[in-house]
Design a protein around this ligand. Sequence first.
Ligand SMILES: [Fe+2]
Ligand SMILES: [Fe+2]
Length: 135
Amino acid sequence: MAYIEWTDSLSVGVKKFDEQHKILISIINELHQSLSEGRTNDVMSKILEKLLDYTIEHFAEEEKYFIKYDYPETTDHKEKHTKLIDEVVHLKNKLDEGDITISYETMSFLQNWLVEHVLQADMKYKNFFHSKKVD
Ligand SMILES: [Fe+2]
Ligand SMILES: [Fe+2]
């Protein structure tokens, strides 16, 4: 069983974003798998970089839709994205500097980092995009 399982309860009602969230989950699962296999910091850092790159891409895509459809919570949601990116940049820098290693505690941080954002922030646009006929 994967570390994080995507279920319908995570669906934000926009297919494209659900697919992107599944990819983010799969990258976090890959990091978890690598941790349990005892991979080196270097391997972990590359996976974190992949997570960072894909997160940036995904957030940009959501923000493009916010602007296009004039989503009223755009500013607040964008601020949350910036904070989330900063957190992973910080984590990766610490790992690269040898200050930390990826632990099960880090994994649980990343799980919450993603799942809480989807459930608390992304879920708020579900009805909005539904009303705009975006699926
Ligand atoms: Fe998202
Ligand atoms: Fe978001």
